[in-house]
Design a protein around this ligand. Structure first.
Ligand SMILES: *Cc1c(COP(=O)(O)O)cnc(C)c1O
Length: 352
């Protein structure tokens, strides 16, 4: 606390990201990064972009990147917004679409950045408990006073709603903006993007951080009705004209164009997820049916916090959330096959 802080700074409750250890030998399964490197074509494009043009500002409208995204997602280019990571896109969306006097709805267990933004912008929120099977309560998210936000697949459970279920939430909030955060959708869930043609209140956000192995680049985007995109542009242009730098623009454009590389790496991650799920279940652990690049796991024969600490002591970082409702679980990102074999070996030794 400092006497120099504004009321906003005093009252903020910042998000706490997973640890980023500097030791290169650590097996990092704690922040859902992609275990593969980015596309070689994306790396090459970024290297090429490091030239004298860096003296100039980047395009404030990022038109080329928007065109690549529009083509990939099958939407008109004026339905695309891009930002410096989807976290920034989400922050802008909270400001653009949610009001301080109307409570928004979100799941009780979900991406913990949502309550952080709500607090920062003074937006009241109602947290809807998950169902007994840990899935999102679709009925509970209908008829919101303010808007609605949820990830699909949800984090940290990895459980996904079907497109029909997402549509029913959108259809039952016709006068509110519903934000569907599809940070993990490429790992096997159904995207709601096609619904944006029909529903002017639906905003879908995506990121290159997980599926495209570019967490370090910070590029995310949103798809929605033209009026929603204009709302986001109004907030963005009241904050920073150049949110995406030249290197990021080049890298993101080339990455999205390299579909064969990402098809292959995404498939490999899904395959690893399936055998790791099976092996953990063989060890007696409960594992949620993940459609993401991580597993939400209830250990058996060892406490969740102990498992986290024992793995950390052996150089394997996973995520433990010391929060009500989550104490019994850990979240494990899908690494390479070798990393996951090492994880299973250590767990086996710990519980026997
Ligand atoms: C990782 C993540 C994000 C943020 O992604 P960035 O584009 O890296 O900011 C947003 N939502 C969820 C649910 C995430 O897990």
């Amino acid at each position: 606390m400092s006497k120099f802080w504004s009321r906003t700074a005093r009252e903020a409750e910042p998000y706490v990201p997973g640890e980023q250890p500097s030791d290169v030998n650590v097996i990092k399964l704690n922040t859902n990064e992609n275990p593969f490197p980015p596309s070689p074509l994306a790396l090459e494009a970024m290297e090429q972009s490091i030239n004298a043009d860096l003296k100039k500002y980047p395009s404030p409208t990022a038109d080329r990147l928007k065109a690549v995204i529009a083509e990939r997602e099958g939407v008109d280019v004026n339905k695309v917004f891009v930002g410096n990571g989807s976290d920034e896109v989400l922050a802008f969306a909270f400001q653009a679409f949610f009001d301080p006097n109307e409570a928004i709805k979100m799941p009780e267990i979900t991406y913990s950045f949502y309550p952080v933004y709500a607090n920062l912008y003074d937006i009241p929120f109602q947290q809807i408990p998950l169902q007994n099977d840990l899935s999102i309560d679709v009925e509970g998210l209908k008829r919101s006073v303010g808007g609605v936000i949820f990830p699909n697949p949800n984090a940290p459970t990895g459980l996904a709603l079907s497109r029909v279920e997402v549509e029913s939430i959108v259809a039952h909030n016709p006068n509110q903006v519903v934000i569907v955060d599809e940070a993990y959708v490429e790992f096997g869930a159904e995207s709601a993007i096609s619904l944006t043609k029909q529903y002017p209140n639906l905003l879908v956000t995506k990121t290159l951080s997980k599926s495209h192995a570019l967490a370090g680049l910070r590029v995310g985007y949103a798809i929605g009705d033209v009026a929603l995109i204009e709302g986001l542009e109004r907030i963005k242009n009241s904050f920073n004209s150049y949110t995406i730098n030249r290197v990021s623009l080049a890298g993101a454009e080339a990455a999205l164009a390299d579909e064969p590389y990402y098809d292959e790496t995404l498939q490999a991650i899904v395959k690893t997820r399936e055998w790791v799920t099976h092996d953990l279940e063989q060890l007696g652990f409960w594992v949620a049916e993940s459609k993401a690049n991580f597993l939400f796991v209830k250990p058996n024969g060892i406490g969740a916090e102990t498992l986290y600490q024992q793995l950390k002591a052996r150089g394997v970082y996973i995520r433990y959330f010391n929060k009500p409702g989550l104490e019994g679980y850990v979240r494990i990102s899908i690494g390479t096959d070798d990393e996951m074999k090492r994880l299973i070996d250590i767990i086996q030794a710990l519980i026997s």
